[in-house]
Every structure is written in structure tokens, then in C-alpha cells.
Ligand binder design. Structure first.
Ligand SMILES: *[C@@H]1O[C@H](CO)[C@@H](O)[C@H](O)[C@H]1NC(C)=O
Ligand SMILES: CC(=O)N[C@H]1CO[C@H](CO)[C@@H](O)[C@@H]1O
Length: 387
């Protein structure tokens, strides 16, 4: 009997020692450790340089234990209670590999930033399990395939940056269910199709240098009342830019250059601070017709480019009286007549270009006229049979 009691006591002590040790040595949840191991394992060992963060991910100790002098030196952070990984921010160290679907086990992750490496292959759709994720930055890698539809269930997401990858296919249709997102950057990919309805709290939309097509649709921008920045240059967008677009209430910077737009309609903003538009770039399109007079009514407009289009007729006199304008580019059109005096006056603060048009008067004493006008023959041909 005493033997049995002794045995029980021993087992209890052993168990409690084991238990304490277990708690001390293994802070991080086992599923997080498993996910980190898988994350490292899907990176090619040959691409992990000895001085990089990932090289220090040596699982002989617990990832969240401190201090981290030799093991797990950098690349991630843990929650305050050291039980979960809440941030992965890799160093730009040319890591090459895929992103493991087991990333979905890091359920407390708030930031995932793999920018400036060589990750390739698809963005795993299991990423949709990261319900706390606020920042998803995969910029400057080689991810391919389409943007997983499941991404639209990431309700906490505030910022997506997938720019400079090789993503293809169209944008997820239910993008607008990302109710907390304020920044989307998908620039420099191979995305096709049109832009679906935008999330309601979006401030910045950048999809520069892709293969987007079709016109800008009102349904896309309906309710985009916070939208300040629209960067859609270098796509294959077509059609007329309609008057509702520049009247989106928060718009500040718009770049639609290097597309195939053919027309533009501009309405005057409401009187008394009706527009915050500061910069508008419509250069290198196929816009026909007259230079839109109503642009002169945008009270904060400081940069305007409609260069390299097919504008005809006179430069509106009103363009000489835009008080806010600092840079104005109307070069590379078929504009005629005489520029508004306000643009050429000595001491005028506006710079830019009126060159490569069909202006009859453009004094080379003005910097705006430094580039020569088109040859007469070209201008005659352009206006033959038209008024
Ligand atoms: C991991 O760390 C242990 C010591 O904690 C060391 O013996 C081992 O070589 C390390 N492994 C690698 C791959 O660096
Ligand atoms: C904003 C933008 O993309 N502008 C580019 C349009 O294309 C011309 C000519 O190729 C470039 O010089 C511009 O930088």
C-alpha cells in the first residue's frame, strides 16, 4: 500500500513537472508552429540566405519564446500572450517558393507582408480563413493564377497590395463585400475584364498597367463616396468618361492615361466646394471633340493633362483663368487658334505644354510653346471636310 501511494505521488509530481515544462517550453499553439514549419518548408532552401530572417527559423525552440537572439530573430511577431503569430513581415531576401495553404492555420494573423521576394504559384484560397487579417501585401513577387474569390470573405481586411505580380483573370465579383477595405493596389498584373462594384469605404483604387477593358461603369462606382485616388492608367479601357465620374464627391487624383477612351463629358461641380479634384491625367487616349470647358470650374484643379488625344477647336478661354492650375498639358492634339492670354502672360505660374498642335499663334517666348506646332499639311488633313 505505501508503495502504491509513493507511486501515485511520483506520477503526480512527474505529471506536474512535465506539465509546467510543457507550458514554459511550448508557448506557441501547435497549429501555429505547424503552419510556420510549412511556411518555411515551401520556400526553396537554396533561396534562403544564411543572414535572412527565415534562416533563423530553427524549430528546436519555441517561436514565440523570448529573447530571440539566435533563433527566430525576425520575420514575424507574436501576440502578447505568446500563443499565436499575429504578423508575418518578411525581409526582402529573394525567397523563392510557394505560399503554403497551411497559412490558414495562423488564425490570429493581422499582417501578412511578403513583398519584394520571389514567391510564385497561386494565392491559396484557404487564405480566406484569416478572419483577423487587416493587411495583405504580396507586392513584387511572381504570384500567378487568379485572385481567389474567397478573399472577399476577409471582413477585417483594410488593405490589399498585390501589385507587380503575374495575376490574371478577372476581379472577384463580390469585391464590395470587403466593407473595411480602404486601399486596393493590383497594379502591374495581367488582370482582364471590367471593374466590379467597389467596396463602400475604399479610398484608393490602383489597377495601373493591366488588361482591363470596357467603359467605366456607373454601377462600379455607385456609393464610392470616399474614393480619393483612382489610378487606372495603362489598360485598354474604352468608351466615354461620363459626367458622373468626376463628380464622385471625394475624388482628388485621377489617372486614366494610356487607355483607349474616345470621349469625355464634364459637368460643373456644385457651387461652393463641390469638388476636391486636384489632378486629372487623361493623356494618351483617343479622346475626340473640344477641350472640355467645364474643367475650368473645378476649384482645386492643379494638374491637368489631356495630351496626345484628338482634341480639336480652340483652347477654351476659361483655361486661362483656372486660379489653381500649376501644370497644364494639351500637347499632341489638333487645337487651333490662339491660346488664352492667361496662359502665356509673363509671370504666369502655369507650366506644361501646348506644343504639337495646330495653333496659329504660340509665341516661343513662352515655355508652354517650346515644342513646335504640327506641320500645316497635317493640320489641313485633320480639318479637311470637318469644321
Ligand atoms: C538549430 O539550433 C540548434 C541549437 O539550438 C543547432 O544545434 C542546429 O544546428 C540548428 N539547426 C540549423 C539548421 O541551423
Ligand atoms: C501615366 C502613364 O502611364 N503615362 C505614360 C503613357 O505612355 C507614354 C508613352 O508611351 C509614356 O511616356 C507615359 O509615361
Amino acid at each position: 500500500m505505501p508503495n502504491l501511494i509513493f507511486l501515485c505521488l511520483t506520477i503526480t509530481i512527474c505529471l506536474s513537472i512535465f506539465h509546467t515544462n510543457f507550458l514554459v517550453q511550448s508557448l506557441t499553439s501547435s497549429s501555429d508552429i505547424e503552419a510556420l514549419k510549412a511556411f518555411k518548408a515551401s520556400i526553396k532552401p537554396s533561396s534562403i540566405s544564411p543572414s535572412s530572417c527565415i534562416a533563423s527559423w530553427n524549430f528546436t525552440i519555441d517561436p514565440c519564446s523570448v529573447p530571440r537572439r539566435t533563433h527566430f530573430i525576425c520575420g514575424f511577431t507574436c501576440t502578447i500572450d505568446s500563443t499565436h503569430i499575429n504578423q508575418i513581415t518578411l525581409d526582402p531576401a529573394s525567397y523563392s517558393g510557394s505560399l503554403t495553404p497551411l497559412i490558414s492555420q495562423l488564425t490570429q494573423l493581422i499582417t501578412l507582408d511578403l513583398s519584394d521576394n520571389n514567391f510564385f504559384g497561386p494565392i491559396p484560397s484557404s487564405i480566406s480563413s484569416l478572419s483577423n487579417l487587416k493587411t495583405l501585401t504580396l507586392r513584387s513577387n511572381s504570384f500567378s493564377g487568379s485572385i481567389p474569390l474567397s478573399i472577399t470573405s476577409l471582413k477585417s481586411l483594410e488593405s490589399i497590395d498585390f501589385s507587380h505580380n503575374s495575376l490574371s483573370g478577372s476581379l472577384p465579383n463580390s469585391l464590395n463585400s470587403l466593407t473595411n477595405i480602404h486601399r486596393i493596389d493590383l497594379s502591374f498584373n495581367k488582370l482582364t475584364g471590367s471593374i466590379p462594384k467597389l467596396p463602400p469605404n475604399l479610398l484608393e483604387l490602383a489597377i495601373k498597367n493591366n488588361l482591363l477593358s470596357g467603359p467605366l461603369q456607373k454601377t462600379t462606382f455607385d456609393g464610392s463616396n470616399q474614393l480619393e485616388v483612382v489610378e487606372l492608367s495603362e489598360n485598354t479601357l474604352t468608351g466615354t468618361i461620363e459626367s458622373w465620374f468626376l463628380l464622385l464627391p471625394s475624388l482628388q487624383q485621377v489617372n486614366l492615361a494610356n487607355n483607349s477612351f474616345t470621349g469625355i463629358q464634364i459637368s460643373k461641380p456644385a457651387r461652393g466646394g463641390g469638388s476636391n479634384l486636384v489632378a486629372l491625367n487623361l493623356g494618351f487616349n483617343r479622346i475626340q471633340g473640344y477641350a472640355p470647358v467645364n474643367l475650368a470650374a473645378y476649384p482645386l484643379l492643379s494638374f491637368l493633362s489631356i495630351r496626345h488625344n484628338s482634341l480639336r477647336g480652340n483652347i477654351p478661354l476659361e483655361y486661362g483663368n483656372i486660379k489653381s492650375i500649376k501644370r497644364l498639358f494639351l500637347d499632341g492634339n489638333f487645337l487651333v487658334g490662339k491660346p488664352p492670354p492667361g496662359l502665356l502672360a509673363t509671370g504666369a505660374t502655369v507650366s506644361g505644354s501646348l506644343g504639337d498642335n495646330c495653333l496659329q499663334v504660340c509665341p516661343v517666348s513662352s515655355q508652354m510653346c517650346a515644342t513646335a506646332q504640327k506641320p500645316n499639311s497635317v493640320c489641313k488633313r485633320a480639318y479637311r471636310g470637318k469644321s
